[in-house]
Design a protein around this ligand. Sequence first.
Ligand SMILES: Cc1cc2nc3c(=O)[nH]c(=O)nc-3n(C[C@H](O)[C@H](O)[C@H](O)COP(=O)(O)OP(=O)(O)OC[C@H]3O[C@@H](n4cnc5c(N)ncnc54)[C@H](O)[C@@H]3O)c2cc1C
Length: 363
Amino acid sequence: MKIGIIGGGASGAFLAIRLKESNPSFEVSIIERNDKLLKKILVTGNGRCNYANTGELDNKYNNKLANELLNEFTPQDIIRVFDSYGIHPYAIDNLIYPVSLNAQTVAIQLIKKIESLGIKVYLNEKVIDYQKEDSKFIVKSENSEHVFDKLVVSAGGCSYPQLGTDGTSLNMLQRHGYKIETLSPTLSPLKVKENTKKISGQRQKGKVSLFKDNKLIYQEEGEILFKDDGLSGIVMLNISSMINRLKDKNNIKIVLDLANTNKKINKDQYIEYVSPKIADYLLVNNLDIQNLSFTFKDFYDYQIAEVSHGGLSLSEINDSLESKKEKDLYFTGEVLDIDGMCGGYNLMFAFASAEKVKKAIKE
Ligand SMILES: Cc1cc2nc3c(=O)[nH]c(=O)nc-3n(C[C@H](O)[C@H](O)[C@H](O)COP(=O)(O)OP(=O)(O)OC[C@H]3O[C@@H](n4cnc5c(N)ncnc54)[C@H](O)[C@@H]3O)c2cc1C
């Protein structure tokens, strides 16, 4: 059986390996537009690749399908399989990295596995379309054509277009009549209406509360990085994930408590809790250190956002992540309308969705 995978990123590369391991007679091919496989893996986790998380899964994804897949192929399974590929785990709290703390280890070991299993890899080939004739898929790239019995779209979303994921595969699916849920940058810093230029570059620990129509919907503690026109830091990326889950993006407030104590802090004590620059900003503008409110304006664009929210509608797929209207066409990873918070959740979904498709094809 010939299986084609469009996209040699996290989910596509992992799927190719798992398929070939499950049945060496499968002829597995990856078609990748970049000159190398797994380019995005190298920038994940600040170059360290946070590939799993052993903590709670509740509320980490925009859709519970991710939780279901991770109950079948668990974080521990991912860690075990990676370990067997020579990617040994190193835990920082619940966050799992390769012991080298270097994302290159992950890319090198997976590529080594792909080579040793004899998986065909076509690089520098951007897929522009596919066609189903009889029961075969004819996949057209800019420079070639391939024929497969089964096809998997593992081409990612729209974030980091500089690494090959510019949403062209979603456009292709839309042309084929598939429903694409509205796309938007997520795990992104937040642009706010207020002027933050005076404290741009300042970092400060604090408690962040997200309010929609004055109702508290999410709270997290962490480091806030002030930007020229907004707020960043991991906590803000997670806040962006929660904002993306809201249909109506009006009247959203991000409220910071920069002292994070139960005591009431007087103005003359501000300097005990924040840098002189932030204290000055608060005092000059008559702002409350324990209730510093910003109004959400927008996300930063896909060049900066780590993930894209939206994508192929889950109404288009069955339980095996197979298209409901085109048999033998499957989807994995970020191309689907599933996104998770920071902390390894997006890569875990990429691997768990690949495992699901492997099982479906194998059976
Ligand atoms: C800066 C950054 C840091 C991140 N850090 C983490 C982290 O630490 N932990 C975590 O869990 N997640 C992290 N993520 C998110 C994670 O990398 C992605 O969610 C994950 O890689 C998605 O896997 P995927 O296989 O769906 O897509 P991708 O890994 O994006 O792979 C898709 C592949 O398809 C190729 N492709 C696209 N279109 C075509 C086409 N038409 N023809 C041929 N090939 C095509 C692309 O070139 C790409 O190689 C990070 C993302 C970024 C950008």
